[in-house]
Write a protein that binds this ligand. Structure first.
Ligand code: ZN
Length: 447
C-alpha cells in the first residue's frame, strides 16, 4: 500500500475509514492534460467545480497520479496527501460549509498506464482508457450518481490525435504540439469520460437523426475496418426503432488494432470501443450492434448490482440476434432451435443462473427469444422501448424487469422467469417451446 506525502509542507491526513469523504456534488470538470506517448507521461491541470453536501473539514478526490499542488478557490489548500486507495485527501484552510460551491484546482503528473490494465496501449504508443477507474487520468468523484459536465483540453505531439467523449471543437496547433478540445453534450459520471491518444484516421459524419458521429480508425486500417463502421448508421436506425430515440448528443466509435486479447470491446456513454477490430475470429458486425445497444441497455439504464447484469448484457446480446434478423439474414426461430439442440444435454450450460449474472451472453439471448415468443411481438416490442424510457438515469434491479414484462403482457410469468432466470436446469417444455416455437407450430404456420 502506497502512502506518499505529496507536498513537503503538508502533514498526512488520517486515512479515511469510510472509503473517504465525498460529501460534495461535482457540477463540472475542466480537465487539461498534456500527454507524451514517447515517455507515457501525463501532466494534468484540472479544475473541479463542486457543491458541498455537508460541512467539509476535509474531502477526498479519486486520483491515482501524483498531485503536485491543490488550490481551493484560488488559494493553496492547508494540506493534501495521497491515500493508499488511489485518492488524494485535501484539507482546506477553512471548513467548506454545506451548500457552498467551491472550485478545486489540482496539478498532477505521472504515468497513467503504470500498473493499470484499464489504460490500454498499443505498440506504437497509442492509448485508450477502457473502463478506467475514476482518478486514472484526472481527479474525480467515484460516486456513480455524481454526473457532471466535462470539458477536456488534451495536448499531444503533432501527428497524434486526442479523442474524448462529446463534441469536438477546433484543434489548436502550437509548434510541435496540438491541443484537442472536447466537451460533453450530456452530464456524465467521471468514469465514463474517456481519453484516447493515437496515430489515427478520424472520420466525421452524422447519424440520420443529425447526431454527430466520429469514427476513429487505427492508422492504415481504415480501408479494412470501414465495412463495419459504415453499418453503424443503419444499426442506429434499427436500434432507435427498437429501443427509442438515441439518448445522447454525440457518438464516438473506435475501430482499433491494439492487438491485445485482454482488452474487451466496450461501450461508454456516447462511445463504443473495438480494440481488436483486426481479429475476425471475434469481430463481426453483430459485435458492433451489441456495443451500440449498450447506449440504452447499460448506459442510459445501468443495473444496480453486478448480479443483475442480464439487464444490460442479455439485451445487448439479443441485439446481436436481432440485427441479422432485421437485415434479413437470419430466421431467429431456426437459430433458437439450433442453440437448444446444441446445449440441451449440457448440464453446465443450464447450471448458469441468469439471476447470478452467469450465462448472460449465451443463455441470456436464448431466454429473451423464448420470452418474445411467450408474450408475442407487440408486447415484446413494447418492453424493449418501455424499459429505457421508464428507467432512464435510474439503477434498477432485475425484479423491475419482470414487473414491467408482466404489466405490458398482462401474463403471469412467474413460472417462465423461475425456469429461465433462477433455475439451474433446462426449462420444462412449456417454457422451452412457447408460442410458435412449439414443435410443429412453425410448420403449420408455413403451410
Ligand atoms: Zn456487453
Amino acid at each position: 500500500m502506497e502512502s506518499a506525502l505529496a507536498s513537503p509542507t503538508s502533514a498526512p491526513a488520517p486515512a479515511p475509514a469510510d472509503g473517504g469523504v465525498r460529501a460534495y456534488d461535482v457540477a463540472g470538470y475542466h480537465v487539461k492534460v498534456t500527454y507524451d506517448p514517447g515517455s507515457s507521461q501525463l501532466e494534468g491541470d484540472t479544475e473541479v467545480a463542486a457543491e458541498a453536501t455537508a460541512d467539509l473539514a476535509r474531502f477526498d478526490m479519486d486520483l491515482a497520479l501524483t498531485a503536485r499542488s491543490v488550490e481551493i478557490d484560488g488559494k493553496p489548500a492547508k494540506s493534501f496527501a495521497k491515500s493508499g486507495d488511489g485518492s488524494v485527501t485535501v484539507i482546506p484552510e477553512e471548513k467548506i460549509e454545506k451548500g457552498r460551491t467551491f472550485q478545486v484546482r489540482v496539478r498532477y503528473d505521472g504515468n497513467p498506464g503504470h500498473d493499470n490494465p484499464s489504460w490500454a496501449k498499443s505498440e506504437d504508443g497509442s492509448v485508450i482508457t477502457v473502463l478506467a477507474p475514476v482518478g486514472t487520468w484526472f481527479p474525480g468523484n467515484d460516486n456513480q450518481d455524481d454526473t457532471a459536465d466535462f470539458q477536456l483540453s488534451a495536448t499531444v505531439p503533432h501527428g497524434w490525435t486526442a479523442v474524448s467523449s462529446g463534441q469536438e471543437e477546433p484543434v489548436r496547433r502550437d509548434g510541435a504540439w496540438s491541443t484537442f478540445h472536447w466537451s460533453s453534450t450530456d452530464p456524465l459520471p467521471a468514469n465514463r469520460a474517456l481519453l484516447g491518444v493515437g496515430k489515427w484516421d478520424v472520420e466525421r459524419t452524422k447519424l440520420s437523426d443529425g447526431t454527430p458521429l466520429t469514427t476513429v480508425y487505427s492508422a492504415g486500417r481504415k480501408g479494412e475496418f470501414k465495412k463495419y463502421a459504415d453499418q453503424q448508421q443503419k444499426m442506429m436506425d434499427f436500434l432507435t426503432q427498437k429501443f427509442g430515440d438515441y439518448p445522447y448528443g454525440t457518438l464516438v466509435s473506435f475501430f482499433l488494432d491494439l492487438a491485445s486479447d485482454d482488452v474487451p470491446n466496450l461501450a461508454s456513454q456516447g462511445a463504443v470501443i473495438f480494440p481488436n477490430a483486426e481479429d475476425e475470429r471475434f469481430f463481426d458486425s453483430t459485435v458492433v450492434a451489441h456495443e451500440l445497444a449498450h447506449q440504452w441497455y447499460g448506459m442510459l439504464v445501468e443495473e444496480a448490482h453486478q448480479r443483475d447484469m442480464c439487464l444490460s448484457e442479455c439485451f445487448a446480446s439479443y441485439a446481436q440476434w436481432m440485427w441479422p434478423e432485421f437485415s434479413g439474414q437470419q430466421d431467429l426461430d431456426a437459430k433458437y432451435r439450433q442453440e437448444i439442440e446444441q446445449y440441451k444435454s449440457d448440464d453446465e450450460f443450464w447450471k448458469q443462473k441468469l439471476s447470478d449474472g452467469a450465462g448472460v451472453y449465451t443463455k441470456g439471448p436464448i431466454m429473451l427469444h423464448a420470452l418474445r415468443r411467450q408474450i408475442g411481438e407487440a408486447a415484446f416490442g413494447e418492453v424493449l422501448k418501455q424499459w429505457p424510457a421508464r428507467y432512464s438515469g435510474k439503477a434498477p434491479v432485475w425484479a423491475e424487469m419482470e414487473k414491467l414484462v408482466q404489466e405490458v403482457s398482462g401474463q403471469d410469468l412467474q413460472g417462465f422467469f423461475d425456469a429461465w432466470i433462477r433455475s439451474d436446469r433446462i426449462p420444462e417444455d412449456a417454457y422451452l417451446w412457447p408460442g410458435t416455437l412449439k414443435p410443429g407450430a412453425t410448420a403449420l404456420s408455413r403451410s
